[in-house]
Write a protein that binds this ligand. Structure first.
Ligand code: TEU
Ligand code: CA
Length: 562
């Protein structure tokens, strides 16, 4: 039996900070964040304690989906900078012990990528088969009934060649044909190109969708998710391609690879991340961010802490020594965590942001911090559909209106879930436009930047930022590093609908993590003797586990003896 899963890897105790370049920091006043702007803020990220940056796409792109539609994998979008800027970023990050992980978007390209332009040019072009072209069904309709994430149908008809092409996302994001070995080789080549520059790894966009069954059957599941997922999510071919990618590329570098994988359960999680399978380091699963809505149907559901705990604990336990988790509250596709799961106004904003951080950063796996989460940034209020930028917001809005939902109800849904909440620019200080730009920001800021901003947070020792910093220190520290990274996870009181409590244990040591998710006082007791109050989000230290009075959103970490 192999014991590769017991081998330590550098990314096991890593803390990842995600940057959405367009909204991070604008260095030249054109209103768009850029790479030189990121370089200016590397000290900020280093002080926070993150040692990996996941950079959302900076490649050349028509920006139909803000860079997730790439037209040249080997050059940098001019609005973000130059290749020299990118190399300087790698160099400057390295000086600070930070690795750069780039977004690898290879399920699809832009329709402006020369590969697609050639592919589209004629039926017998050598690149025709680099994308997925199919004849219409008898009667002229689409080759099958699959839907797209951003449009009603996953197929667009091309008049001149009389065929449809597949796009699981927008029609400007045609899917590459991974069944064609030339496509795979071209991708592997491009990966070497970047890795040789000293990259720390890749975040792989919707990587579990690359394997399509060759017969393209109709979907049968219409009650959840984008119709067709039963065929293109986690297809066995995908695992085979990943193993090939590992063999041809990844095994030659010591890198972090994280696959973005909607529609996965914990068994899939093991398939992707068990080290003996030689696929990828870890995945981003979607179960826990799917409980308060049906995204594709644009329907809101109630957040249920019991269900949340069940999902998170299942992932913690099922992957224990059998794979590796990534853990996150938010990213560039999700609303702001404190607005979604905590309380985003008054003093409870700071307390609940720290509470959420406590729960996540004491879990095993690699934690991801999305830009601004460390400030407790909140959702912005939008009043009209024209204020949104994201193509998905527009699609969901139209879908709701077509169903007969009122305009206001549709806007309310987007105010809860739009991806634009995460894409509103960072708040650096209280000056105009939050110090993000001296020009006109590409997307207007949340007016609360005057209160919530980085310069305030750096000065205030009780800020959310400094609390995140302490959590990162614990993960990397002598005292608790091992238990936080490698300890066993046990959920306490699964049915408790207000308090999230769990244990971590490693050798003789036990940590108890308790978090009140409610805005009410909760009285609880836990077994064990408290030896040491490690960290908490309120000034008072916890002393007695047998009689706890938890204030609204209170959270603490204690070392205990059971
Ligand atoms: O997201 C994939 C994906 O499944 C999203 O559409 C997801 O359903 C939603 O955004 C989560 O609420 C990735 C990228 O992260 C996203 O930004 C891109 O738009 C998409 O792929 C296409 O590349
Ligand atoms: Ca700029």
């Amino acid at each position: 039996m192999s014991t590769k899963h017991l081998e330590k890897r550098w990314w096991h105790d890593a803390v990842v900070y995600q940057i959405y370049p367009r909204s991070f920091n604008d260095s030249n006043g054109d209103g768009i964040g850029d790479i030189p702007g990121i370089i200016e803020k590397l000290d900020y990220i280093q002080e926070l304690g993150a040692n990996v940056i996941w950079l959302s796409p900076v490649y050349k792109s028509p920006m139909d989906d803000n860079g997730y539609d790439i037209s040249d994998y080997r050059s940098i979008a001019p609005e973000f900078g130059t290749m020299t800027d990118m190399e300087k970023l790698l160099y400057e990050a390295d000086l600070r012990g930070i690795k750069i992980v780039m977004d690898l978007v290879v399920n699809h390209t832009s329709d402006q990528h020369p590969w697609f332009i050639e592919s589209k040019s004629s039926l017998d072009n050598p690149k025709r088969d680099w994308y997925i072209w199919k004849d219409a069904k008898q009667g002229g309709s689409e080759p099958n009934n699959w839907e797209s994430f951003f449009e009603p149908k996953a197929w667009t008809f091309d008049e001149p060649s009389n065929q449809y092409y597949l796009h699981i996302f927008s029609h400007k994001q045609p899917d590459l044909n991974w069944a064609n070995p030339e496509v795979r080789e071209a991708v592997y080549d491009m990966m070497h190109f970047w890795l040789k520059k000293g990259l720390g790894g890749f975040r792989m966009d919707v990587i579990n969708m690359i394997g399509k069954p060759s017969d393209f059957p109709d979907a049968t599941i219409f009650d959840s998710g984008v119709a067709g997922w039963e065929h293109w999510a986690n297809n066995l071919l995908c695992h085979q391609y990943l193993r090939e990618m590992h063999d041809k590329v990844l095994k030659h570098y010591d890198v972090l690879t994280v696959g973005e994988t909607p529609f996965t359960n914990t068994l899939d999680g093991r398939f992707y991340s068990h080290p003996d399978r030689n696929e990828i380091s870890m995945i981003f699963q979607f179960e826990h961010v799917s409980i308060d809505r049906e995204e594709h149907n644009a329907v809101k559901k109630d957040f249920d802490l019991v269900q949340y705990k069940e999902i998170m604990s299942r992932w913690q336990e099922d992957l224990y020594q059998k794979g590796w988790n990534s853990v996150y509250w938010s990213n560039h596709d999700q609303p702001r965590a404190v607005s979604r799961y905590g309380c985003d106004s008054g003093p409870n904003r700071i307390i609940s942001a720290k509470m959420l951080a406590t729960v996540l950063h004491m879990m095993s796996g690699t934690p991801y911090i999305y830009q601004g989460e460390e400030l407790g940034m909140t959702n912005k209020h939008f009043s009209h559909i024209d204020e949104f930028n994201d193509l998905m917001a527009k699609f969901h809005y139209q879908k709701m209106i077509n169903k007969g939902v009122s305009e206001q109800t549709a806007i309310d849904f987007l105010n809860d879930f739009s991806r634009d909440h995460a894409r509103v620019p960072m708040h650096w200080d209280g000056s105009d436009n939050g110090g993000f730009t001296t020009g006109k920001p590409w997307l207007p800021l949340n007016p609360n930047y005057t209160d919530i901003n980085a310069s305030q947070a750096l000065l205030d020792h009780d800020s959310v930022y400094h609390y995140y910093r302490q959590l990162a220190e614990l993960r990397k520290g002598e005292e608790y590093g091992e238990i936080i990274v490698y300890g066993k996870h046990t959920l306490l009181d699964p049915q408790d609908k207000d308090v999230y409590a769990y244990l971590r244990s490693f050798g003789e040591k036990t940590l108890l993590i308790v978090a009140n998710f409610s805005d009410q006082i909760q009285k609880r007791h836990y077994s064990g003797q408290l030896n040491y109050h490690v960290l908490g989000n309120l000034p008072d230290k916890v002393t007695d586990l047998s009689r706890l009075t938890l204030l609204p959103y209170q959270a603490f970490i204690a070392e205990i003896t059971l």
